[in-house]
Unconditional design. Structure first.
Length: 175
C-alpha cells in the first residue's frame, strides 16, 4: 500500500509539473497587448519613491502621488509604483477593457473608499473591475500596474504595444 501511494504521488506530481510547463509555453490567442516591453522601454529612477515595493494587494485607502522620472513627473501609487492607462479603455466608462490574459500582465490598481492624492490634480474615482473588485480611476481612466515593473519608479510598461502609458498630474497619458 505504501509503495502504491508513493507511485501515485510521484505520477501526480509529474503530471502537474508537465501541465505547468506546457501552460508556460502555450501560445495565447487572447489580447496581444500584454507583450513584454522593447529594450527602449526601460525603467527609470523615481527620486521620491521608496526603494522596494510590490503592486499586489489592497492598500486599504488608495493613494496617488507624483514622482520624478525620465518621462517627467508621473503618477505613482502610495508605494511609488508606476500606474498606467490603457488606450483600449474608454475614458469615463464603468468597465475595463483589460480582461483575460491582459489582467495577468496589467493588474488593476485597487480602489478604496478614501483616495489620498499628493500633487495629482486629475479627478479620482472607481469602477468595478473585471474581477468584481474596486479599481481606481484617474480622469476617467482605469489605472493599472505593469507586472514587469519590479520596484518603485520602474516604467517598463511605458509605450508597450503603443497602448500603455504613464500619466501626468492631470491624468493625461504621456505619449
Amino acid at each position: 500500500m505504501k509503495s502504491s501511494l508513493k507511485s501515485w504521488c510521484a505520477a501526480t506530481s509529474a503530471v502537474v509539473a508537465l501541465a505547468l510547463a506546457l501552460t508556460g509555453c502555450a501560445n495565447d490567442s487572447g489580447s496581444t497587448d500584454t507583450a513584454s516591453p522593447s529594450a527602449d522601454a526601460q525603467s527609470s529612477a523615481v527620486s521620491s519613491a521608496p526603494a522596494e515595493s510590490s503592486p499586489s494587494g489592497d492598500m486599504g485607502a488608495a493613494s496617488l502621488a507624483l514622482a520624478d522620472s525620465s518621462l517627467g513627473k508621473i503618477v505613482v501609487d502610495g508605494k511609488g509604483m508606476t500606474v498606467y492607462q490603457f488606450d483600449k479603455d474608454t475614458q469615463g466608462a464603468d468597465s475595463s477593457a483589460c480582461t483575460g490574459p491582459c489582467e495577468d500582465q496589467w493588474p488593476a490598481v485597487p480602489g478604496g473608499t478614501d483616495v489620498t492624492v499628493d500633487g495629482v490634480t486629475g479627478k479620482t474615482g472607481t469602477i468595478t473591475g473585471v474581477n468584481g473588485e474596486s479599481q481606481l480611476t484617474l480622469d476617467g481612466w482605469p489605472l493599472y500596474y505593469f507586472a514587469g515593473d519590479k520596484k518603485a519608479g520602474d516604467t517598463a510598461g511605458q509605450g508597450v504595444k503603443d497602448v500603455w502609458w504613464v500619466l501626468d498630474a492631470a491624468g493625461t497619458p504621456i505619449k
